[in-house]
Design a protein around this ligand. Sequence first.
Ligand code: HXC
Length: 266
Amino acid sequence: MEPKSVFLPDILEGKVALLTGGGSGIGLCIATYFGRHGAKVVLMGRRKQVVDEAAKSLGTEGIQAIGVAGDVRKKEDCMNAVQKTVDEFGRLDILVNGAAGNFLSAAEDLSPNAFKTVMEIDALGTYTMSYAALHYLKKGGQGKQPQEGGVIINISATLHYSAQWYQLHVSAAKAAIDSMTRSLALEWGTDFGIRVNGIAPGPIKDTPGVEKLVVNMDGTVTRDIFLGDKSDIAQTALFFCSEGGKYINGATLPVDGGNWIKSTRY
Ligand code: HXC
């Protein structure tokens, strides 16, 4: 059974959130929690049928949601997703950059184009979406009070805190995202009242990422590891967006049960 939210039901009342990678996995779970706490949500993903069906399923819970098909590697798709959000719901308060590409590949087999593909989805996509959303996220942006700025949450990872086998490309992309989180928090926090933070999930049950992290290329399970729930990430995202998180800017929080600090006991 899904863990209950610890937050008051109306903390995102009147807010509008756009989530890339929102059609499945962690992205959809965050959207669900946002919706249950009053937000209207827009799910962006490459596959139209997936985002449309996900939005429909949220609708059955009484959450106002739409799907928008698009690829974060394309600037026009990013601009279009932001425009559709504002056309449909009148404003944009929260952007969650969750779209990510991933596969296991030994560095010697990783073609430059494979590296570029993941960099473009994860790192460039995060920047392009943020760039596209800036106008509406700014304090005093459409539908907002003069001092009311938006929130960006970048979904990162802990792979690059040390190094992870067969994840050179993803590690490089997530390191770039963490750097962007700080730079945007500094510039857009200061000038536009936008808080930019990151969440670095550990291995999360029932997601494509978990198999890549805890299963070896030969199919054996790597090691003793704590698995998290999608809702652990969703509730962290809720906290970052809430009044409780109003003093947090430029931080990337590992939400991984402490896996990233684990080492072998002698
Ligand atoms: C090696 C691969 C590969 C693989 C693709 N490529 N899959 N190389 N092993 N398994 C190479 C291709 O050969 C090609 O290079 C280049 O990458 C582009 O591949 P395309 O298939 O043309 O790209 P595209 O159709 O755009 O698809 C991109 C994709 C996508 C990244 C491969 O299919 C994808 O994202 N799939 C998985 C999505 C996913 O699991 N998301 C969850 C992320 S979880 P060449 O040189 O041949 O042209 C996450 C958490 C991280 O990120 C932390 C936990 C691990």
